[in-house]
Ligand binder design. Structure first.
Ligand SMILES: [Fe+2]
Length: 360
């Protein structure tokens, strides 16, 4: 047997999609349902070599040596919920022309935290954030006060499922989320499971021993521009196909969806969204499965190129703000203790801060 699809509820589900959506512990976390399968390592021609059904469980053996398990009931729902992209428009994807799109990382730099107390110097820092999508500060006291002062400059601290200012400490698993592990974290945006994803993320390092654990930043707008140059149809599809995501832990089940490249009515890019850990099992309708998977994987191949990554060095007393609608962030693997404070602010407040400062 070597099949490139499997018929469930009368519909053929493509093998490459099934291979990515196992429900066994090797394929996804049993509680948070965060993806463990390496989507981007799956061969597009992967085939089913054997399968059998045992009650509600479907067991599949794969041509790449893997085995996966699935729920027949769950796959029946996937067939029912197949999604079409929104209709094409005559407005091609375009990009703001008053910011600095960077395909190669600028030099890491940091303002002295004292700029928070000086309107003219703060305006320079804010302009750096507007142009590049991130800005760093050094020399801050430990504790949450500098983070609160910085958030107040950007709007106000946004409460979320993580709290207002949340500790993120190695070895302390406050949430069932990959962010609390010590392995390398693929670059992503936060809050793909939120209808209104956080506008900015502030990180403030509190303590550090051991090696690794640098933050990695990538300009998502520059990556989208470069992907469009390579694959205009793929980029267009990512403005029209909504990707669903979830966050699940006891007492919580959040779901939201939007296109990876969200545009305004004129076709200008407004927001990038991408977190493969949190992506939910949704199947495009016939005729779009390969196109959507190829576009999704193709965009990821562009933005995960290490040559694009700004590796941000950390030491206690440093703060970093990133525009979560523009920049992807990730982390290298690490050893030892790594303690941070983090918080979110809203994007409309960030945009308002730009206007008030005369920057937009
Ligand atoms: Fe994150």
């Amino acid at each position: 047997m070597a099949e490139d699809s499997l018929t469930i509820a009368g519909e053929a589900i493509p093998a490459r999609w099934l291979r990515d959506h196992g429900e066994d512990e090797a394929s996804r976390h049993p509680d948070s349902l965060q993806r463990r399968t390496d989507t981007f390592a799956i061969d597009s021609s992967v085939q089913i070599t054997a399968c059998h059904v045992d009650g509600d469980r479907l067991h599949i053996d794969w041509s790449d040596g893997a085995t996966t398990e699935h729920s027949v009931d769950g796959l029946t729902r996937v067939v029912r919920d197949r999604r079409a992209p929104a209709p094409a428009t005559d407005r091609p994807l375009r990009f703001p022309d008053d910011i600095t799109l960077w395909s190669r990382p600028p030099e890491p730099s940091a303002f002295d935290v004292g700029v928070l107390d000086d309107d003219a110097l703060w305006r320079e820092a804010l302009d750096h954030l507007r142009r590049f999508g991130w800005v760093a500060f050094e020399g801050a006291e430990l504790g949450d006060e500098p983070t609160r002062r910085l958030a107040a400059r950007l709007g106000y601290v946004r409460n979320s499922i993580f709290g207002d200012i949340w500790p993120m400490n190695s070895g302390a698993f406050e949430h069932q989320d990959s962010a609390y592990e010590s392995f390398a974290l693929d670059v992503h945006t936060d809050g793909t499971y939120s209808h209104d994803a956080p506008g900015t993320i502030i990180f403030a390092q509190q303590a550090r021993t051991g090696d690794g654990g640098a933050s990695v930043l990538v300009d998502g707008f520059a990556a989208a521009r470069d992907f469009q140059a390579l694959n205009p149809d793929g980029a267009d599809l990512l403005t029209r196909y909504s990707v669903r995501a979830h966050f699940i832990e006891p007492g919580l089940h959040l779901v939201a969806e939007r296109p990876p490249l969200r545009v305004d009515p004129e076709g200008q890019l407004v927001q990038v969204s991408f977190n493969n850990y949190d992506r939910s099992p949704v199947l495009p309708i016939d005729g779009f499965v390969d196109a959507v998977i190829d576009a999704y994987n193709g965009f990821r191949a562009i933005f995960s190129d290490p040559a694009r990554a700004l590796v941000h060095p950390w030491e206690p007393g440093r703060l970093l703000v990133l525009d979560n609608w523009r920049c992807f962030h990730g982390r290298t693997s690490f050893t030892g203790e790594r303690r941070f404070l983090g918080c979110y602010t809203n994007h409309e407040d960030l945009e308002g801060a730009y206007r008030v400062a005369g920057l937009a």
